[in-house]
Design a protein around this ligand. Structure first.
Ligand code: NDP
Length: 292
């Protein structure tokens, strides 16, 4: 058996086209242009690449991209003052602070200063709490993208066993919350889990969000599992995921590749969240982007 390759790149392109169409309609019918403000502090090369892609794709979707590129020695107070200005700016509907922030910055304080209505990354405590308690939330982009791919492939997830490897606030925990809300039976594994292969073998769905190249191999998987590989690991062989694609593809039903799987979905979902935030702020009916 060779697993189906879940094409996140094409799916993300379709989602971006939907966002662009919906943004055009909002501009035309309501005279409002959705705007995303991106804040980057410092010179981290990977962050610069991500921020560049986000800016380009925001503009390509017909929305405004507002960039704030700040020096590495920006103070906490100056950063908080900028967030306050963006919170108050009617042209800004989404605010994204690129992580990681320099060590002298209290990232939690900065993130939680973002107006919950403009928190398009879904990283504020308020949004995380809303998601955890089943209220309408702004959902973090990477887990949202994973859910869209899973739903597209599997339809109803009710009753399926899902194993999420990783418990970070930005991927693992919100992923588990979304799967739980979709009525899957969810196990969260992490670095202290015992006998990880045995746990992973339970999964009809396996989401790997660890940051260890090729850690999940085919012999860990239940035959017919659907595998979502969130990992992005830079190796001598280039960019690879947390799943050993070749061995996993012999056992799984379907699997997302790296690159071309979850990665493109993350930015497409950021655009979708910005549009959603704009609609909610202006009381405009939300278009159906398939994110609900
Ligand atoms: P974190 O480092 O914050 O979390 C990693 C998680 O993996 C932790 O919960 C950790 O456990 C767990 N872990 C580490 N080692 C093991 C192990 N040996 N066995 C089991 N679990 C382990 O990472 P993120 O959640 O931020 O990101 C995870 C990966 O996803 C990274 O490769 C990152 O680059 C990628 N990523 C990709 C995105 C995309 O758009 N495609 C977006 C965001 C992230 P513990 O809690 O016990 O330490």
């Amino acid at each position: 058996m060779t697993a189906l390759r879940i094409d996140g790149k094409s799916f993300a392109a379709r989602l971006r086209a939907l966002v662009k169409e919906a943004a055009g309609a909002i501009i035309r019918d309501h005279g409002v242009t959705p705007g995303l403000a991106v804040v980057l502090v410092g010179e981290d090369p990977a962050s610069k690449v991500y921020v560049g892609s986000k800016q380009r794709q925001t503009r390509e979707a017909g929305m405004n991209s507002i960039e704030h590129l700040l020096p590495d020695d920006t103070s906490q107070d100056d950063l908080l003052a900028l967030i306050d200005r963006l919170n108050a700016d009617p042209a800004v509907h989404g605010i994204l602070v690129q992580l990681p922030l320099p060590a002298h910055i209290d990232a939690a304080e900065v993130i939680n200063r973002i107006d919950v209505a403009k928190d398009v990354d879904g990283f504020t405590i308020l949004n995380a709490g809303r998601l955890a308690t089943g209220q309408r939330a702004m959902v973090p982009c990477t887990p949202l993208g994973c859910m869209m791919l899973l739903r597209d492939h599997l339809g109803d997830l009710a009753g399926l066993e899902a194993v999420v490897i990783g418990r970070s606030n930005i991927v693992g925990k919100p992923m588990a919350a979304l799967l739980t809300a979709a009525n899957a039976t969810v196990t969260i594994a992490h670095s202290r889990s015992r006998d990880l292969p045995e746990i992973v073998r339970r999964g009809d769905i396996v989401v790997a969000a660890v940051g260890r190249a090729g850690m999940v191999t085919g012999d860990w998987l239940k035959p017919g599992a659907v595998v979502v590989d969130v990992g992005i690991n830079r190796t001598d062989e280039g960019l690879v995921g947390d799943v050993d694609y070749d061995s996993a593809a012999q056992v799984a039903q379907a699997i997302t590749p790296v690159p071309g799987g979850v990665g493109p979905m993350t930015i497409a979902c950021l655009l979708a969240n910005t549009l959603t935030a704009c609609c909610r702020i202006h009381d405009i009916p939300e278009p159906d982007l398939g994110t609900a």
